[in-house]
Design a protein around this ligand. Structure first.
Ligand code: C2E
Ligand code: CA
Ligand code: CA
Length: 654
């Protein structure tokens, strides 16, 4: 451009010079001719000479001015050119510095993908020297499965439908190591728009990819055991359902729940409990094929999916194997720990067509396995659903029992052997419904616990029993105590103590007449909280009775920590005392130890004179059971208190 301009100027100058010389020459000829012409006067000749000189002078001035302007333009252009050159140099240096010093790998590729220029970062990233790189093609470095999709994007770049392409690829370093890279490709065209090169930018995203993988793994796995979690189970079942439907295959869902894990966990500590779960997970892994899946749902619940089963017998064999494997002792902190599991099994497609239905059936079967004494497996049957439905109906009826006034209490007395005095009465819940008849109290309690209804029902029991006690006190049986049975759910209620105080105050009866019966297993379920509550109960004057003693893990030694008032030896031992020597020995030992601790020993479910005599001889302090009387309605109990059986008499009434 500059050159073109300069040539143009030179031409203009030459034309001007030529015109000037031509004019001077022609004017000169005319002047010489006029000099010799006699027709022109001397005066005219002088003015002609002067005009000629003036024109000459003007031409010189114009020429000089033009030359000066051009000279100035040239030097301005030269300065501008120099400045542009400097700027370009600076840009180039900056680009070079950037190209070499950036941490991102940058390269220039020809249209076939061969490296034309590379920076240090890309060489370091891929582990090749610069010389190596120039002999290589970028497209051979990345995972070949990605090539087709990359080629499509390259065509889009060439067609100008996109200006930049970005994608993530696995790529191989020189030493074989696999990297994850983010590739950015853009195209350079010449001044006619023809594609010339690709600019390739490469960023190492291996760490980010690893973090993503870890997060994905965490989203689908249980951190404690490394087994799949519920999300993965859902994903796998959906996949299984599709393929099983297509290929008309069956699969089994085994729902496992460790027996009494909570108790073990509370006894050996959570850390050891976690170890135990890891061992169980490992044992389950050893039982399954690698096409099956083991899942930890949380806590001590596991699911096992057994794929492509031909007959249910093979599932039974697997279930049996699991039971046997888990039964083996686990050594934790040098201690032998034994755990068992119960298993409920549902089978696709017979028991359900989706995950929800299959889980529900397996859960019902698991419930049955627990009912069957644990450490066994049960296949789901239709009849379980019928039972479950029935249970739901009872639960619904139970929810209305309080408002419909269907609950009532029966009362059963306790007698002190030595004095034959009736010391206290236990309140026992009863429910009569028009559809279900009389429902067993332990069933009512467990249903009420499940639905949360236990809180208002227990409040009603306490209020009714203590109001009745107040009436008996009023009738002269003024030293009688009232025992109420408690459940874990009540102990979790934050207002438990306040509620008792409020009710007792309202009835206007001292808390010292109230006895609260708790079982060993209730304490074991949540020892810290239960013991704290029992301490508070003691502080407000309530007496503590340990019910069903001997059936749990609670040892007599532990009772020292609690200021327990009475211990009720479980009825199953009492039943055996006159039949079996071992039971007799156990009961004698319990009585002796309880008495030694200054706690009142009570034998429950005493039915016969022989049992009574044995207990009396062993020094048992009090008895309760059909031997005295069955649990009675309030009025019948009043008559009993007035005319007790010959052996028992109510001293307080006299
Ligand atoms: P539990 O507290 O051990 O109550 C003693 C159970 O033994 C009562 O059964 C009673 O009727 C029965 N029984 C009493 N004497 C004899 C006897 O000589 N022989 C035999 N075989 N049984 C005898 P019930 O009333 O069916 O209650 C069963 C369980 O239900 C109770 O066991 C208790 O755990 C629970 N329960 C009953 N009423 C209530 C209540 O009001 N609240 C709570 N939380 N639980 C209750
Ligand atoms: Ca009881
Ligand atoms: Ca009992």
């Amino acid at each position: 451009m500059e050159k073109f301009k300069a040539e143009n100027n030179m031409k203009k100058k030459l034309i001007m010079l030529f015109s000037f010389i031509s004019i001077i020459a022609i004017s000169g000829i005319i002047l010489i001719a006029s000099y010799y012409s006699p027709a022109i006067s001397e005066q005219k000749k002088v003015s002609l000479y002067l005009s000629y000189i003036a024109v000459l002078f003007i031409f010189v001035i114009v020429f000089l001015r033009q030359t000066l302007i051009e000279q100035r333009n040239i030097s301005r252009l030269n300065i501008e050119k120099r400045e542009t050159e400097i700027k370009l140099d600076e840009e180039k240096n900056r680009f070079e510095t950037l190209f070499e010093s950036t941490n991102n790998g940058i390269a220039l590729l020809n249209l076939n993908g061969r490296f034309q220029r590379v920076n240090k970062a890309i060489c370091e990233l891929l582990g090749y020297s610069e010389v190596d790189m120039y002999a290589m093609n970028f497209f051979y470095l990345i995972n070949q499965n990605d090539i087709n999709s990359l080629q499509i994007s390259i065509q889009h770049l060439i067609d100008n439908t996109i200006s930049v392409h970005q994608s993530e690829h696995e790529c191989f370093r020189k030493n074989g190591e696999i990297l994850w890279i983010l590739v950015t490709l853009s195209l350079i065209r010449d001044h006619l728009g023809i594609p010339k090169y690709f600019i390739l930018q490469v960023e190492n995203i291996t760490m980010q990819k690893k973090a993503e993988d870890r997060l994905r793994h965490m989203a689908y796995h249980d951190p404690l055991t490394g087994l799949a979690n519920r999300n993965k189970l859902e994903q796998f079942i959906n996949h299984l359902l599709l393929s099983a439907r297509r290929q008309q295959q069956c699969f089994a869902l085994l729902f496992l729940d460790l027996d009494g894990f909570k108790n073990i966990n509370d006894t050996i500590g959570h850390e050891a409990g976690d170890l135990l779960l890891q061992v169980v997970a490992e044992r389950l892994r050893n039982v399954v094929r690698n096409t099956d899946m083991i899942v930890r749902l949380g806590g001590d619940e596991f699911v096992l999916l057994v794929t492509d089963i031909k007959k249910t017998e093979s599932v039974a064999i697997i279930a049996k194997k699991i039971l046997d494997n888990i039964l083996q002792a686990v050594i934790i902190k040098g201690q032998d720990i034994y755990i068992t599991t119960s298993i409920g099994i549902s089978i696709y497609p017979y028991d359900g067509q989706n995950m929800q239905a299959l889980m529900k059936c397996a859960d019902l079967a698991l419930y049955r396995a627990k009912e069957h004494g644990r450490n066994n497996y049960q296949f789901y049957t239709q009849e379980m659903t019928v039972k479950a439905k029935e249970k739901m109906n009872i639960k619904n009826a139970l929810a209305q029992a309080l408002t419909k006034d269907e609950f009532f209490l029966h009362y059963q007395p306790k007698m002190e052997i030595k004095t034959r005095r009736i010391t206290g009465i236990e309140a026992l819940l009863r429910w009569k419904n028009k559809d279900f008849g009389e429902v067993r109290p332990d069933e009512i309690i467990s249903l009420a616990e499940e639905s949360g209804l236990i809180i208002p029902v227990s409040e009603w029991i306490l209020q009714t029993a203590c109001t009745q006690l107040k009436a008996w006190h009023y009738q002269g049986f003024s030293s009688l105590t009232m025992s109420v049975n408690c459940t874990s759910r009540q102990f979790k209620q934050s207002t438990f103590i306040e509620d008792i105080q409020r009710i007792m105050a309202k009835i206007d009866i001292k808390t010292t007449f109230l006895e609260v019966e708790v079982t060993e297993s209730m304490i074991m379920r949540d020892p810290e909280n239960t013991m704290r509550l029992l301490d508070t109960l003691k502080e407000i004057g309530v007496r503590i009775v340990i019910d069903d003693f001997g059936t749990g893990y609670w040892s007599i030694g532990n009772l020292r920590q609690l200021s327990v008032d009475q211990i009720k030896i479980d009825g199953t031992f009492i039943k055996q005392v006159t039949l079996d020597e071992t039971s007799a020995e156990i009961v004698s030992a319990i009585i002796a130890m309880v008495n030694k601790l200054g706690i009142i020993s009570v034998a429950e479910n005493v039915e016969t004179r022989e049992q009574y005599e044995f207990l009396a001889a062993e020094g048992c302090r009090e008895i309760q059971g059909y031997y005295l009387t069955q649990p009675l309605p309030a009025e019948a109990m009043t008559s009993f208190l007035k005319h007790p059986v010959p052996d028992a008499e109510v001293i307080s009434a006299t």
